[in-house]
Design a protein around this ligand. Sequence first.
Ligand SMILES: [Zn+2]
Length: 485
Amino acid sequence: MLALALAASACLGLAPLSAGAAGGGQVSFASASKVDITPALDTNRVFLAGYGATGRRAQGIHDRLYARIAVFSDGRKTVAIVSLDLIGLFLNDVLDLRRMTRFDKPGRYLFVTASHTHSGPDTLGMWGPVPGVSGVDLGYMKGVKEKVAAAVLTANDRLKPARLRSASSKLDPKGLCKDLRDPAVVDPYLTVLAAETMAGKPVATIVNWSCHPEVLDKTNMLVSGDYAGALCSKLDEERGGTCLFLPGSIGGLATPDTRAPRDFREVSRIGGELAARAMKALSSEACKPMTGFPVDSKAETVRVPVENSRYLLSLRSLASGHTLRDAAGDPLPASKAYTLPARHIVRRLKKDELPWVETEVSFLSLGPACGLGIPGELFPELAIGGFAGEFRGGQPLLDPANPDPPDLSKAPKGPYLKDLLPCKTRFVVNLANDELGYIVPEYDFKVQDSLTLLPRRPGHHYEETNSIGRSATSIVIDAARRLMK
Ligand SMILES: [Zn+2]
């Protein structure tokens, strides 16, 4: 049995707003849809993404992958949320989806995230047959975008009067999630939003939890949504409607706290426990529905320099989903994705020669709940703090065997991002509308001065090698703070 009972479960619904306060009257609307995006394996060219491994050709399908969509509208603003059972999507794919659905028009916002399953196809170009070769199947990507766009439009056409409930439950992460990197910080809050018909029938159940979907390890060769897939299939089955999993602050590195071999039984156990906790939070007496819930969103485009050698050397995969720009913001010719890595190998690029990419930071407000969309994998301590051990979940704050522990006296002081969210039920979504890798606290961003950043610094500094660079952290966090004002 998991020791989960200490959870402080708070279900936060508010009284119905007046017509003026809701902006669009006393009635708001919601709908959902779901489409199968499991790749066909007949070509033998489906490469599983994740774990830094390459050449993991999928040998079978354990469970189907889905795109899941929830649409909310208060009559004035419509927000569609898409969650994909995939490793991630780059910004340009999200912009394609917005054009395909006409969600690039005023009054509409399309928010796309991915569960980050490590047992789905390569959609970012980093897990092909050999290192440096993309594993992306362009035909599959085109098909996914067409299916997702159609499912968004279907959901948008089905908008019906709805009410909304939200809950945030503090779990004991033991047996569910642990932090592999010092300081030990796991965001323990499971956040749930439930849209339902006016008669109380579930439409969409959105779950936000901060842990990598990597119960399975790199020896797994079967397509799977990992624990996030198991969580959603249980909620779909037991509640009805459509479940969406939104990954929380998973950097750091928040990984499943497995208690048995990393197999599909553990996937079911962890997914099932989280689904049960989500249902329990929603069934709380205090969890009253809100009608006439206001819907809003804000987004800011920011530019980030590509500083890390590893990203510079694999610039082609980043350029497949972004327009490369110079320091002034002007687009660079596509050929630079080939010439800049070559130049970097010969004589290291200077600071003013580095390419930049645009990314998006976003803010969603749905009735009593609100959250941030972060375009990468945020260290949870940047979302909630925890440098004094508040969120260590039973782990030592610093591993006594760490040869190069972080200097916590230099750690950022609060208030942290989640503290600043201006609402009662708060969430932070990672891999939102882009995937720039880990967003590492600057005080502990340490890399070897080597071209490939490998070997790494002593201690745990893996995440720096999968981060676009040190500068990204303050650029993203400053934008998030502006959006919350
Ligand atoms: Zn990751």
